[in-house]
Ligand binder design. Structure first.
Ligand code: PLP
Length: 417
């Protein structure tokens, strides 16, 4: 009995020899056999990972329409790719932006937002002094080499900021809502309103705040940036970023994105999209843990000071209450160990058994970092002290572990000093 005559299970069809290529030679078969070009009717319940870099069409006219931007579609993955587009649609929805462009890292997103905002040589860029170190370096080291003038300012002092904007006429402002590592809160709606009054545009890096806490598009931010590497993806296994923008800015942002070549790899996009599905659950738990740890550390005899905007003792607590949704004050806090210096802080970090010493934040696991030797290592001792980053300061990103285990871990490490 031949296999043709036999009654075969239906799934045989999915695995059988590819008749379309059977008569070709082995070398050709290796390249073409088995490729699935036809859409299947059953829809997968999650977005598949499309690793294809190139897409083909049955009619050349269709390809031409996509190439000429007359029709949406896929041609070459640096321009658009289905898995990455799925992530972009999700992000634009969460931030209530018109569109999103996923990038190969948070820094690629910052870079794209700056270049895509259409600043040009001679323009002034005003950057918050309290900003992620690599963003600070990009603005203050790279942009001046390209002919932009850059200035930095304390964005918590609105009166002084306004004077500076009035006198320097910046075209672009860049800042974060929650600063790192002291968790100062910037009155972002007031800054955006002020920038627009003087004809400047704004990029807000909302990595620390996330759309669970604040949606900057809602109060007029021009561009929002995320390091998806942190809370939104959340599992410490993918490096990714995104720029959110409005429809009139999309074309420039899109062109800049494929010219810079910073688009996100589909595999990474898949991981970020998967992380996003549990982001609200994780973030609520992380913020609740951070709040409880902040209260615990505030009462601990080995701790001199705690910085967390959810604490009534934080100078920007009232502003945080006004700006932040869902009573979420973020999942990052910092604290100063009593009489702490590098040696003492290192001993403390090495005694931790649950919390990981690691240069990141936003992961499901709690992580701790010494800003003086990591995020702010480039500053001189004097600059660091002026910025409020003492040698006793530790930054903690709360994970989703049971909070009692985190408290016990901190307590045993602090008591052992
Ligand atoms: N923005 C903020 C606030 C960050 O903390 C970081 C990284 O720590 C970045 C941007 C850069 O993100 P990435 O490491 O994904 O490039």
């Amino acid at each position: 009995m031949t296999s043709e005559q036999q009654k075969l299970p239906a799934s045989f069809e999915l695995r059988r020899r590819d008749e379309r290529i059977r008569q070709r030679r082995l070398e050709t078969q290796c390249v073409h056999a088995g490729e699935r070009h036809d859409p299947i009717h059953a829809r997968p319940s999650t977005t598949p990972i499309y690793l294809a870099t190139t897409f083909t069409y049955p009619h050349t006219q269709e390809l031409d329409d996509v190439l000429a931007s007359r029709a949406p579609g896929y041609v070459y993955a640096r321009y658009a790719s289905p898995t990455t587009n799925a992530l972009e649609q999700a992000l634009a929805t969460l931030e209530d932006a018109d569109a999103a462009l996923a990038c190969s890292s948070g820094m690629a997103a910052v870079h794209l937002a700056v270049v895509g905002s259409q600043v040009r040589a001679g323009d002034v860029v005003l950057c918050a002094a309290d900003i992620y170190g690599t963003t600070y370096a990009l603005v203050n080291n790279l942009l001046p080499r390209l002919g932009l003038q850059t200035i930095t300012a304390d964005f918590t002092r609105l009166d002084e900021l306004e004077k500076l904007i009035r006198s320097k006429h910046p075209r672009l402002l860049i800042f974060e809502v929650l600063t790192n590592p002291l968790l100062k809160v910037i009155d972002a709606p007031a800054v955006v309103e002020m920038a627009h009054r003087y004809g400047a545009r704004t990029i807000i890096d909302s990595t620390f705040t996330t759309p669970m806490t604040i949606q900057p598009m809602g109060f007029g931010a021009d561009f929002v940036v995320h390091s998806l590497t942190k809370f939104l993806a959340g599992h410490g296994d993918v490096l990714a970023g995104a720029v959110l923008c409005r429809a009139p800015d999309f074309e420039q942002m899109y062109i800049t994105s494929y010219q810079l070549g910073c688009s996100l790899d589909p595999h990474a996009a898949y991981l970020a999209l998967r992380g996003l599905k549990t982001f609200p659950l994780r973030f609520e738990r992380q913020c609740a843990n951070a709040m409880e740890l902040a209260l615990f550390l505030e009462g601990h005899p080995a701790v001199a000071r705690v910085h967390y905007p959810g604490l009534a003792s934080h100078p920007h607590h009232a502003l945080a209450r006004r700006l932040f949704r869902n009573n979420l004050f973020g999942a990052v806090l910092s604290f100063e160990i009593k009489d702490g210096d590098a040696t003492k802080v290192f001993a403390f970090m090495e005694r931790l058994r649950v919390i990981l010493p690691a240069t990141t934040l936003g992961d499901v696991q709690s992580t701790i970092l010494y800003p003086a030797h990591s995020s702010h290592a480039a500053l001189t001792e004097e600059e660091r002290v002026r910025a409020g980053i003492s040698s006793a300061l530790v930054r903690l990103s709360a994970g989703i572990e049971h909070v009692e285990d985190l408290k016990e871990d901190l307590d045993q490490a602090l008591r052992g000093l």
